[in-house]
Design a protein. Structure first.
Lengths: 106, 226
């Protein structure tokens, strides 16, 4: 990565963390489209409880902390770190062999 | 849009799991052909951004919200197959870490949001982009329109899965079809707006990194498109 790409990456990551930790505080708690349709169309009861419903970060930190601002923020931050790590790991493992001609430009 | 456990029976869920796993393998082998060192940080960043974006439920109707799916967003930025992997990784994290989307429904959710949403959405993007004249300034609008359409398409995926393997009985499939497509057309407006602005911002800052743009400086595999 050249310096310009690192700068771009840092800005993108800062925006991502801001969305996951801060903007997520203002997310709507209403059911999403599928849940809404399920309730109205009579298959809302068909779903089972999630196998991991008691996990610490289940439902984005609901079990974590009574203050939902903290738990949502923690869940968002952990999710971003894990997504970045898994994404980097997978894409690094599968990346194409050989160098990229554009890499040599400053 | 995340299907919980129990709504779709085990047969269809397992079949979707096989399709999703096969798709993952194809995506790895195709993404490998163009994903150079330089694109790895971009692809990882897009994965984190799609996760973050999916956390933000925006109000759509009284009593109903929607959130970003991110398939077209990811596919236009990093290509359709890396886009598939981006969405699949996000869904795996959500199911195993955040109890969002059933574990047995993971294949269904990957089919709807990664296969239909990212790869299918990218085909829609290419079609619209060509009609719009294939110019760099048309990348973000075409991505926005394709993203808008990708949401009801993913909803349609659910309706088909429900029609074949739904566990609830004596329901009207026609009403479910109308409700799913109708509500997800509305949610798709949010998807389209977010995708338009994010792709537009990346096109301004780094047009050389946007896979779906003629300004892309890396390799491209177009066998999906020709």
């Amino acid at each position: 990565m050249n310096r310009r790409t690192i700068g771009w990456f840092v800005v993108g990551l800062a925006i991502t963390v801001f969305v996951a930790v801060v903007v997520s505080q203002f997310a709507s708690d209403e059911p999403d489209g599928l849940e809404y349709v399920a309730e109205r169309q009579g298959f809302g009861d068909a779903s089972d409880e999630h196998d991991l419903a008691d996990a610490p970060l289940a439902d984005y930190g609901e079990n974590l902390e009574s203050d939902s601002r903290i738990s949502t923020g923690v869940a968002g931050f952990v999710g971003v770190v894990v997504a970045l790590g898994l994404g980097f790991g997978l894409f690094w493992i599968i990346r194409s062999p050989g160098s990229d001609p554009a890499d040599s430009t400053p | 849009m995340h299907i919980p456990d129990g709504v779709i029976g085990p047969g269809v869920s397992a079949a979707a799991g096989v399709v999703a796993a096969g798709g993952f393998g194809i995506a790895v082998s195709r993404a490998r052909r163009y994903l150079t060192d330089r694109l790895v940080p971009m692809a990882a960043l897009v994965t984190a951004f799609v996760f973050a974006g999916q956390m933000i439920n925006f109000p759509v109707l009284p009593g109903m919200s929607g959130h970003l799916l991110g398939g077209v967003l990811a596919a236009v930025l990093v290509g359709p197959w890396a886009g598939y992997l981006v969405v699949a990784i996000v869904l795996i994290i959500q199911a195993f870490l955040f109890a969002d989307g059933g574990l047995t429904a993971l294949g269904l959710n990957i089919v709807n949001m990664a296969l239909i949403g990212a790869v299918g959405g990218y085909l829609v993007y290419r079609f619209i982009f060509r009609i719009a004249g294939s110019r760099p300034d048309r990348v973000a609008p075409a991505a926005g329109i394709a993203a808008f359409l990708s949401v009801p398409l993913a909803g349609l995926g659910f309706v088909i899965e429900f029609a074949v393997g739904g566990t609830a009985e004596s329901l009207s499939l026609g009403a479910i079809l109308v409700a799913m497509v109708g509500t997800h057309l509305l949610i798709g407006i949010g998807e389209g707006v977010i995708t338009f602005f994010v792709v537009g911002a990346v096109m301004k800052a780094r047009p050389d990194l946007v896979y779906g743009s003629p300004t892309f400086s890396g390799r491209r595999t177009e066998e999906l498109l020709s």
